[in-house]
Design a protein around this ligand. Structure first.
Ligand SMILES: Nc1ncnc2c1ncn2[C@@H]1O[C@H](COP(=O)(O)OP(=O)(O)OP(=O)(O)O)[C@@H](O)[C@H]1O
Ligand SMILES: [Mg+2]
Length: 295
């Protein structure tokens, strides 16, 4: 498997562990005993700041005491086994969990120092500032053009046709879809292929110039060419935006992110710069995951 090129191989052979006191210390811990995130969860350039976040679905706790910063102009990748809480945590950041009945979020979450869950926060402008791209493309039942123009219109970013045309073209170009759709902008977005729909959703997300973009496995329906285009786009977007991306592809995490956060059963086990996570992880659970021992 190509992941092997990212791994340090059997880095946690007993001899190596002795050289890594943190790994040695963690090696004796069971998951229930993970009390503290190891590595570098904080940033002095925090755009998003999360402290002691707990998330519940009814009585069941899905996220346990997670603290993390996501910095300006930074891409943070979130990885971990299925069901570990990556999507749940990501949705806290723009209050998408508000739409799930019985879901409760506790803790301190701020965007540029302002409380995301403050009593006066209007979620509509919040979600324009913190945009989201989901795993399953969800175009509106509107034309391709209107899918992209809708946000700029409702948020008052542009109203004149010429301005909207420019935003639509520019967003579709950046999402790598323009050439495929430029002659059928008035056709329904739902008539595109799955991969094209996903790029349309990405164009829609960037059309409102968000400050933060949350991506939940955005490339899982894309072919390698479209995936490469999206990864390039993520790199471009980083110049101006802050990005959190959930991915099951460790190669993708390694290619696009500066820091990687490893979640396990609702806990944030380790956050470190991406190279460290994939070549010399601090926590043995991270190491077990990246070497394919579980997940
Ligand atoms: N709407 C919901 N209602 C109840 N429980 C939920 C809901 N959504 C998620 N959960 C539970 O919360 C936990 C975390 O789920 P989540 O979808 O965040 O995991 P994930 O890491 O994104 O997994 P995957 O990699 O499979 O997408 C799981 O135990 C899941 O069953
Ligand atoms: Mg998920």
């Amino acid at each position: 498997m190509t992941t092997m090129t990212l791994n340090a191989g059997p880095a946690v052979a007993a001899g190596d562990q002795a050289k890594n006191p943190a790994a040695e210390q963690n090696a004796v811990k069971t998951n229930a005993e993970i009390v503290k995130t190891v590595g570098q969860p904080f940033s002095d350039q925090a755009k998003l700041r999360m402290r002691n976040v707990n998330v519940f679905y009814g009585e069941t706790q899905a996220i346990h005491d997670v603290s993390l910063d996501i910095g300006r102009n930074e891409v943070v990748a979130m990885i971990g086994p299925s069901g570990c809480g990556k999507s749940t945590f990501l949705r806290c950041l723009n209050r998408m969990n508000d739409t799930i009945e019985g879901c409760r979020v506790e803790g301190e979450l701020t965007l540029d120092g302002e409380a995301i869950y403050g009593p006066k926060v209007d979620v509509v402008p919040l979600r324009a500032r913190v945009g989201m791209v989901f795993q399953k493309p969800n175009p509106f039942p509107k034309s391709i053009y209107d899918n992209v123009a809708y946000g700029p219109k409702i948020h008052g970013i542009a109203s004149r046709r010429a301005e909207l045309d420019e935003i639509v073209e520019n967003s579709l170009r950046r999402a790598g879809l323009w050439n495929e759709v430029k002659d059928r902008l008035d056709k329904p977005g739902t008539g595109l292929s799955g991969g094209q729909q996903q790029r349309l959703c990405i164009a829609r997300a960037i059309a409102v110039s968000p400050e933060v973009i949350l991506m939940d496995e955005p490339c899982s329906a894309l072919d390698p060419i479209a995936t490469a285009r999206i990864e390039e786009l993520i790199d471009e977007l980083r110049e101006n935006y802050t990005i959190a991306i959930v991915t099951h592809s460790m190669q993708q995490a390694a290619r696009v992110s500066q820091r990687t956060a490893y979640f396990h059963l609702g806990k944030l086990v380790e956050v470190n710069d991406t190279e460290t996570v994939f070549t010399n992880p601090e926590h043995e659970l991270t190491e077990a995951y990246i070497t394919g021992r579980f997940g």
